[in-house]
Every structure is written in structure tokens, then in C-alpha cells.
Design a protein around this ligand. Structure first.
Ligand SMILES: Cc1cc2nc3c(=O)[nH]c(=O)nc-3n(C[C@H](O)[C@H](O)[C@H](O)COP(=O)(O)OP(=O)(O)OC[C@H]3O[C@@H](n4cnc5c(N)ncnc54)[C@H](O)[C@@H]3O)c2cc1C
Ligand code: SF4
Length: 503
């Protein structure tokens, strides 16, 4: 059991992990940081992600100065020796780290374990909430409402601000017609420094000697690696983009890779920002009347609802969840175009741009992750555990805890409906409504048969055909399955998609 209290003293060293690099995890006193190359070795990983991780660790070490004991090692076996024997040190304490593997490891060393931090709701409070539901389905909406009531965020007395808990319906605008971008100024970008130069040199050398396999572009660093940078990114989001965040949350434009999103997931997941402080600031914009409630509520729900929810589900659903769940028997291996982030052969304009965006930035916004990349993988039956690994390694904000509920649960329905009540499968009509991709595509979103049939539209029906038996008991799928049974050209569409030569 992790303990709550922590008073720094001369006999204690706080051992921190890569998701714990901000002030929230530092109570003063000595700090141990271990930079293990194994974190980024042994598999293809996005260069921007490897860069961000190393840059954040090294920046933190520099900030801490003499307080920090920093070790660069190949793996944790080496760390055991370099640190003077992690198992033999009686001075070590850790804030419970954010993965099953790390928790096992720190416990094997005998280090004192403190309660985890970095989320709005503690693990103990979530457990209490979940236990009180004794066997009933756990729903995000219920959890989110409880968090609002408990924290007082966006509350007017015991009522939600504006009279509604959720303004999702106001946050589904299509992109402005004919627009190339939302017309917002460039987001705040960090300025690289000598630490970034050193990281770049190290990555080049390791790539050349084959000890790491980096994919994706080596662009300028786009995400914060220090608490000060993260605060600057947050200020910029609140001042410039928060107002447009809500309405255009689900929209995509080819010429605008960030839209009005906050780009804060990477610094949040590195532990650079306190999420409660972030949502308090954003909620304050509503109180002051400087941002619309729908945008503010949408953002507060993403952090206090979704982000906390997937964190707690990671522990609640167990370590095996990510690798064993496969309710739709999906076994197709991921194509090389995904592993190498090589979009050239991808003809579907929406998918081409999504993979290309990941290649360039190691980031894509939510709808591209869910309705373009995830939807494609679901329709084509990609192996959910492999897809989970891909998302973790190709995205700058990917972590073991954030992915299972998002990928295995929400996006791939591989848990049979624990996280989402129905599969997030949709045809080209949705993509056509919410993006400008279809206009520049050689396929036609409304067509399901023929040389210009949209692979998402036809793929949607082929997905339903393949999973008809598995989804038959799901009442939310009754209408789509009835539609499938009424398709005059069902067999031809299914045969066409079976033969489709994808990249
Ligand atoms: C298939 C799939 C993969 C995803 N992979 C990741 C990932 O690797 N890391 C990650 O942090 N999020 C992930 N998400 C959630 C979400 O897409 C990203 O958090 C968001 O796109 C990051 O961009 P942003 O910071 O601009 O977010 P914004 O759109 O500005 O949202 C604000 C914040 O809300 C939080 N948030 C919103 N939705 C979620 C969610 N579903 N789960 C967790 N946090 C959420 C994030 O911290 C984010 O920074 C994934 C979602 C899907 C469907
Ligand atoms: S037509 Fe289909 S494949 Fe092409 S961009 Fe639209 S949804 Fe994507």
C-alpha cells in the first residue's frame, strides 16, 4: 500500500520517473533520475518522442542541479549497479510510478512507495467510487459528474454552471466552409537549446550504430519539456485558442494540423503541469466571462473526465487488458506503412494525411486518432495489442497507461464493450462532414461499390458483415445491422473489400 505523507530529509532520495518531471512531484530534497536507453530501444519509435523524453529528463536534471543524481545507462540492470545498488539503498522513495512494469520494479527494490500524483482524482477516491457501484457498469459521465461535484469545478451551488453537465452538442461544428485553416496564429513553440542539440547528436549516433530504430521526422521540437515551457504553452492556449477549442473540437482541416487544440497532452503526461491547476485556470476564464462555457466545459471534461478516466481504468482493468482483449478476433498485422510512418502508398486522402501528420509531428488530434486511424484499423481488423503498441511508440504523448482504454477499448472495441457501448466504426460520410479531406481524394465518400468506392464507406459495411454475429446482442448496433441486411449489394461490397490491396 502506498503511503501519503512525504517530508524531505537528508536521508531520503526521491527516485522520479519520466512521467514525474514537474514541480508537483518534487517536495524538496535529493532526486534520483535514471535515463535508460532501453526506454527507446528495441523497437521502432518516433524520433520526436525519443527526443522529447531525453530532452525532458536532461532539462530536469539541469534544473535540479546539485540536488539531482543523474545516471545515463543502457538498461535497468546497469542502473542497479550505477546507482550503488537500487536494492541496497535504504534512502529511496518513489511516487508510485505510472505503469505496471515500473510499479513491479520499484517494489522489487524495497523503495518506500508514496501515493501516485498527477491526476485530478486520486486512486483511492476512484476505488471508493467504483466499489460503491458494486458490479454496476462504470460510466464516464457518472464519474465526471462526481468529480465536478467533489471539486466544485464549474458549479453554481449544487448545480452545473449554465444548467447542463455537458456541452458536447455545441462542440461538433464542421470546419468553416472553404477555409484552409481556422485562421488562428501559430501556437506557442519552444526554442531549442544546447540540451536539444546534445539529444539530437546522441540519437543520430545511436541510430547509426543500430542501437535504436527511429522513425518519423526530426523536426524542431514542438512540445514543452520543462514546467516553464508547459506554462507558456498553457498561457498561449488560454489566450489564443480556448474560445475556438469547443466548437471545432471534432473538425479537421488539411492545412491546419493543430486546429484549436491545446497540445498539452505531452507536457501533462511528462508530469510538467498539475492538471487540477490547469482546469482551475481554464474554469476561471468562464467565471471572468472571457471564454464561452461550451469550450471551457469541453476542456475541463477532457482533463478531469477522460484523462483521469483512462488512467484509473488502466489500473482497474488490470495489466493483461491491453494484451489479451480481442473480442472481435482481429489478427491483421499492422502494415509497414504504419510502422515506418511512410504514407506515400496510402491512397485514402484522410488516412494519408493522418499518417503523414504523425510522421511529421508524432501527434494528431483526437478525431484523426479515433475516426481516421482507429476507424481504419477497426475496419481492417488490425491486431488491437499491436495497435496499442504502435500508438504508444509513435505519439509524443503515448504512455502505457493512456493507451489501453483509448485504443483497445474505445477505438477497437476489443474489450467487447467495457469502455464504449458500441464500436467507433463509421463510413466516409462522417469524415466528409467533419473534414476537408474528401474533396482532394480519388475516392468518393458516398460510394460503396466500384473503382472510386470509398474504402471507409465500403469498409464500414465489410466490418459489420464480418462481425454481424459478434455484435448481434448489442442493441445500439441493431439499426446498423438492419441496414446491412437491407443492402442489395452486400456480397459484392464484402468481396470488393476482401480483395482490396491496401498499401
Ligand atoms: C486511439 C487514440 C489514441 C490516443 N492516444 C493518446 C495518447 O497517446 N496520449 C494522450 O494523452 N492522449 C491520447 N488520446 C486522447 C486524445 O486524443 C489526446 O489526448 C489529444 O488528442 C492530445 O492533444 P491535445 O493535448 O491538443 O488535446 P486537447 O484536444 O486539447 O484536449 C485537452 C486534453 O485532454 C486530455 N484528453 C482528452 N481526451 C483524452 C483521452 N481520451 N484520453 C486521455 N486524455 C485525454 C489530454 O490530456 C489533452 O491534452 C488518444 C485517443 C485515441 C482515440
Ligand atoms: S473519400 Fe473516403 S478515403 Fe477519401 S478522404 Fe473521404 S473518407 Fe477518406
Amino acid at each position: 500500500m502506498a503511503s501519503r505523507s512525504q517530508e524531505p530529509d537528508d536521508t531520503t532520495t526521491r527516485w522520479l520517473f519520466s512521467g514525474q518531471l514537474g514541480p508537483l512531484f518534487d517536495d524538496g530534497g535529493r532526486i534520483l533520475l535514471i535515463e535508460a536507453k532501453s526506454l527507446i530501444a528495441g523497437r521502432p519509435i518516433h524520433r520526436a518522442k525519443a527526443h522529447l523524453l531525453l530532452s525532458a529528463l536532461r532539462h530536469r536534471a539541469r534544473e535540479l542541479g546539485d540536488r539531482c543524481e543523474y545516471h545515463r545507462v543502457d538498461d535497468y540492470d546497469e542502473a542497479l549497479i550505477a546507482t550503488g545498488g537500487l536494492h541496497d539503498r535504504s534512502d529511496l522513495e518513489v511516487v508510485d510510478p505510472p505503469s505496471w512494469a515500473a510499479r513491479r520494479f520499484v517494489r522489487s527494490t524495497g523503495a518506500r512507495v508514496l501515493e501516485s500524483r498527477g491526476f485530478v482524482t486520486s486512486e483511492a477516491v476512484f476505488r471508493e467510487w467504483a466499489d460503491a457501484r458494486a458490479g454496476k457498469r462504470l460510466l464516464l459521465d457518472d464519474f465526471y459528474r462526481t468529480v465536478r461535484e467533489r471539486t466544485g469545478l464549474l458549479m453554481e451551488g449544487d448545480q452545473p454552471a449554465g444548467g447542463r453537465w455537458n456541452y458536447d452538442h455545441d462542440n461538433r461544428a464542421a470546419p468553416p466552409k472553404g477555409a484552409v485553416t481556422l485562421g488562428l496564429p501559430e501556437p506557442w513553440w519552444p526554442t531549442e537549446d544546447d540540451i536539444d542539440d546534445e539529444v539530437r547528436r546522441d540519437l543520430d549516433a545511436w541510430q547509426a550504430d543500430g542501437s535504436v530504430q527511429l522513425v518519423g521526422d526530426d523536426g524542431p521540437r514542438r512540445f514543452a519539456v520543462t514546467a516553464a515551457e508547459a506554462e507558456a504553452a498553457l498561457d498561449d492556449f488560454i489566450d489564443v485558442r480556448l474560445g475556438d477549442f469547443g466548437p471545432f473540437e471534432d473538425a479537421t482541416l488539411t492545412g491546419d494540423w493543430t486546429m484549436a487544440h491545446s497540445l498539452l497532452s505531452a507536457p501533462l503526461n511528462l508530469g510538467l503541469l498539475d492538471p487540477m491547476a490547469v482546469v482551475e485556470r481554464v474554469a476561471g476564464e468562464h467565471t471572468r466571462g472571457t471564454a464561452p462555457l461550451a469550450s471551457v466545459e469541453g476542456f475541463v471534461r477532457q482533463i478531469t473526465g477522460w484523462r483521469d478516466w483512462v488512467w484509473h481504468l488502466y489500473w482497474y482493468l488490470g495489466e493483461d487488458y491491453a494484451v489479451t482483449r480481442n473480442a472481435l478476433d482481429a489478427t491483421t498485422p499492422l502494415p509497414e506503412a504504419f510502422w515506418q510512418l511512410a504514407p506515400d502508398a496510402i491512397e485514402e486522402n484522410c488516412l494519408h494525411h493522418a499518417v503523414d501528420g504523425v510522421r511529421r509531428h508524432g501527434w494528431a488530434h483526437h478525431i484523426q486518432r479515433l475516426m481516421v486511424l482507429g476507424n481504419w484499423a477497426l475496419q481492417r481488423g488490425y491486431d488491437p495489442a499491436e495497435l496499442n503498441r504502435w500508438f504508444i511508440d509513435m505519439f509524443v504523448d503515448g504512455t502505457p497507461w493512456v493507451m489501453p482504454a483509448n485504443v483497445v477499448g474505445m477505438s477497437q472495441h476489443a474489450d467487447g464493450g467495457i469502455v464504449a457501448t458500441k464500436p467507433y466504426a463509421s463510413g466516409g460520410a462522417y469524415i466528409n462532414r467533419m473534414t476537408d479531406f474528401c474533396g482532394g481524394c480519388r475516392f468518393t465518400p458516398s460510394k460503396r461499390l466500384g473503382p472510386d468506392a470509398c474504402p471507409y464507406t465500403a469498409g464500414y459495411w465489410a466490418f459489420l458483415d464480418r462481425n454481424e454475429g459478434r455484435l448481434a446482442g448489442n442493441h445500439r448496433m441493431a439499426q446498423p445491422l438492419a441496414g446491412l441486411r437491407g443492402l442489395a449489394d452486400r456480397e459484392a461490397v464484402v468481396a470488393q473489400e476482401r480483395e482490396r490491396q491496401s498499401f
